[in-house]
Design a protein around this ligand. Structure first.
Ligand SMILES: [Zn+2]
Ligand SMILES: [Zn+2]
Length: 264
């Protein structure tokens, strides 16, 4: 007992020392303001800069996840469907949720992570997703956590699937769930980022397939993506999953871009 306590104290001192030595030998500086960073939680941005991230706030649409304009939701914390979702309900997705608004720092950090391969950002991103799951998804249960897949050619070029890394960060929040890579991308699509909403739908049509359909049947699925804009990609994924017998599909993306702000 006593020896274990002593060992734990030594371990924590050693950890402190390691960090202190690392800070001296390999100092990190905030890429925004150049301030010295003294923790290992986020070696890219200092806590002050990181605190400027824009989070999605209640009330947001309980279906598409877009935050309601302040004038509409003022005074209530309960989420409700937006006019678009009431008019054209998504046939394949129960709900989309995203902790971050895709603007300013969130946009910069996601571009660094995805296109400049700064994989270390997964640590602070994982924390954001886990905090969100605790606050907003505590009553939701899933059997499978499925990352939006990349086409094998893009995966080879990038070296990692950002959605798979995010899925690994979130899986601990849903004890009944396991990560599945049954969903695969069979059509090499153009990047969606420069396309209009209609072009996105066409570009992504029939892009996905299921590797082992029997593993999808009657499953409650949480689909993971880094960014949702028009929702065309996640809707096409959900359509494929439902076609193969999935019970429900909910979506969690790290960030949400408003389609009207990113119409190109
Ligand atoms: Zn900073
Ligand atoms: Zn909506």
């Amino acid at each position: 007992m006593l020896i274990n306590i002593i060992k734990a104290i030594i371990r924590s001192i050693r950890e402190e020392w390691n960090l202190a030595i690392k800070n001296i030998l390999l100092p990190s500086y905030c890429i925004r303001c150049d301030e010295r960073i003294l923790t290992e939680d986020n070696i890219y941005y200092c806590p002050r800069c990181w605190s400027t991230l824009t989070y999605t706030e209640r009330p947001y649409c309980s279906i598409c996840g877009i935050q309601h304009p302040i004038a509409i939701g003022f005074g209530t914390r309960s989420n409700f469907p937006c006019a678009d979702c009431r008019k054209n309900p998504n046939k394949y997705i129960e709900s989309i949720q995203s902790p971050l608004q895709y603007k300013e720092l969130a946009r910069e950090a996601i571009i660094l992570f995805k296109y400049h391969r700064e994989k270390g950002l997964i640590k602070p991103f994982g924390e954001i997703l886990r905090n969100w799951a605790k606050e907003e998804m505590s009553n939701m249960k899933f059997d499978l956590i499925i990352p939006v897949p990349l086409h094998p050619l893009r995966l080879k070029r990038r070296g990692f699937n950002q959605s798979f890394l995010l899925a690994q960060e979130i899986v601990t929040c849903f004890p009944e769930a396991e990560i599945s890579q049954a969903l695969i991308r069979t059509k090499p699509t153009h990047s969606q980022s420069t396309l209009s909403t209609q072009e996105r739908k066409e570009n992504i049509k029939n892009a996905f397939e299921i590797k082992e359909p029997e593993k999808i049947k009657q499953k409650r699925i949480l689909l993971i993506d880094d960014l949702v804009t028009s929702g065309a990609t996640v809707t096409e994924c959900a359509k494929t999953l439902k076609k193969h017998g999935a019970l429900t599909v909910n979506v969690l993306s790290l960030a949400r871009a408003h389609p009207k702000e990113f119409p190109y």
